[in-house]
Design a protein around this ligand. Sequence first.
Ligand code: SF4
Length: 246
Amino acid sequence: MTSTSIDTLIQRGALFVVNHSGGKDSQAMFAKISKLVPAHQTIIIHAILPEVEWDGVIEHIKRTTGNVPLLFAKAKKTFFEMVEHRSMFPSPSYRQCTSDLKRNPIEREIRRFLKDNPSFGGLVVNCMGMRAQESTGRANLEPLQLNQKNSKAGREWYDWLPIHDWLIDEVFSAISDAGQEPHWAYAAGMSRLSCCFCIMANQSDLTTAARLAPALYQRYVDTERRLNYTLSPSRKSLPDLTGIPG
Ligand code: SF4
């Protein structure tokens, strides 16, 4: 819980950083933020996921965010380097992929941007697209809170979930109200974006992704076999889940 409000933070001249994966929630969140926050107080950061994210993600973000500056955060290791290093895929309870490939590189980029742009006085609102509807864990998150860990060295850092209470229909409505389409992978059958093959993905998304990205699918199947470790926490192999042999 925090005693400030988004209106106050806008008036105080805070920098609003939109974490943008290219997915529907990021896109809808940006549509909401762009109506509230002046463009000169807004930047977008996309965590690049080399080899494992969908084609056209960066172009999609550029196409749907106008002239707002887009920065990229890059992890020291790729997803596959991380998997090879640990000889296993990440798990939902230890999502090293989220922290190492997304959250930490984005936070590093924000700290760098604030240092290079002292006019913001270290005041920053880090905006993320998590929604309560997605899981109990996400439902329990505070929509706006002071980030104690990053509020140091002259920074006052808030984490904000602008669409925390939105239902999925409201997400797609916000996108169409903005005169936009979601990334092409949704129309092709995916329910979520980010990594093509996610450790949290359901059977339907894994099967759709296998059909849409066969070369990448083969790489995951080969990696599962070599490491004797499955991507899915159900401990079923990708071919068993999708019915598509590798
Ligand atoms: S999309 Fe899935 S596999 Fe990719 S980083 Fe996020 S949790 Fe990990």
